[in-house]
Design a protein around this ligand. Structure first.
Ligand SMILES: [Zn+2]
Length: 220
């Protein structure tokens, strides 16, 4: 019934998670009926966002830099946030869920994918190497292998993965790697899943649940 161009546009919106047939059609019609000036602004904003935002080269969260290179996000740049806590998440948007707690003051590392051998996702297909070889290694070198007398606090890795096999496989791999490298005394691993609903999804957790999950985190 609707012209093909509108149906095509609706189809594009359907690619977004959580958008069904009706919502996609409504969005397409809304876009079509926008004032020209608003439409141009939307178009410009879409293009600029794609151009200016990249993944932070330290943690993998979204970053927008003034210069064209060295994209570092606001969280990594914030010196008030602790370097001795790194929360591991699967997707950059999971950071927004953790930030809902408003009590977490550490940093993050986005793995992009969780290990899942059945889906052909192995450690080298994730961002684990940059975490282990760069961030954790650097932390140990600068904190424990230097002669400074500053308090030597271990690094705490807080695992915030969705429940399920891939989260378990990733957790097991991280723990095993830390042990193999003999880093147990430098690195504590805790997980946040305690107190969370059995099949939770990081995106749907509210603030109270996040605070409780963070406060009740257990060392593993
Ligand atoms: Zn970052």
């Amino acid at each position: 019934m609707l012209p093909i161009a509108i149906q095509d546009l609706a189809e594009k919106f359907r690619n977004f998670p959580g958008i069904g047939v009706r919502s996609s059609q409504k969005l397409a019609l809304d876009v079509l009926q926008m004032k020209k000036v608003d439409f141009e602004a939307l178009k410009k904003s879409l293009e600029e966002t794609r151009q200016k935002v990249r993944f932070c080269h330290i943690c993998g969260f979204f970053a927008q830099n003034k210069q064209e290179e060295n994209f570092i996000c606001d969280i990594c740049q914030n010196n008030l946030r602790h370097n001795w806590q790194i929360c591991l998440v699967e997707k950059p948007t999971d950071i927004l869920s953790m930030e809902k707690s408003q009590i977490y003051r550490g940093k993050y590392h986005v793995l992009q994918k969780l290990i899942s051998p059945l889906d052909n996702i192995f450690p080298q297909n994730t961002n684990l190497e940059s975490l282990i070889e760069k961030r954790i290694n650097n932390f140990i070198q600068t904190t424990f292998k230097s002669s400074s007398n500053e308090s030597k606090k271990p690094l705490e890795l807080i695992l915030f993965f969705k429940a399920g096999f891939s989260g378990e496989a990733t957790t097991a791999y991280i723990k095993e790697t830390i042990n193999q490298k003999g880093w147990q005394k430098y690195v504590l691993i805790s997980r946040l899943a305690q107190g969370l609903p059995l099949y939770f999804n990081p995106e749907t957790l509210d603030q109270a649940t996040m605070v409780k999950a963070l406060e009740d985190r257990k060392e593993i």
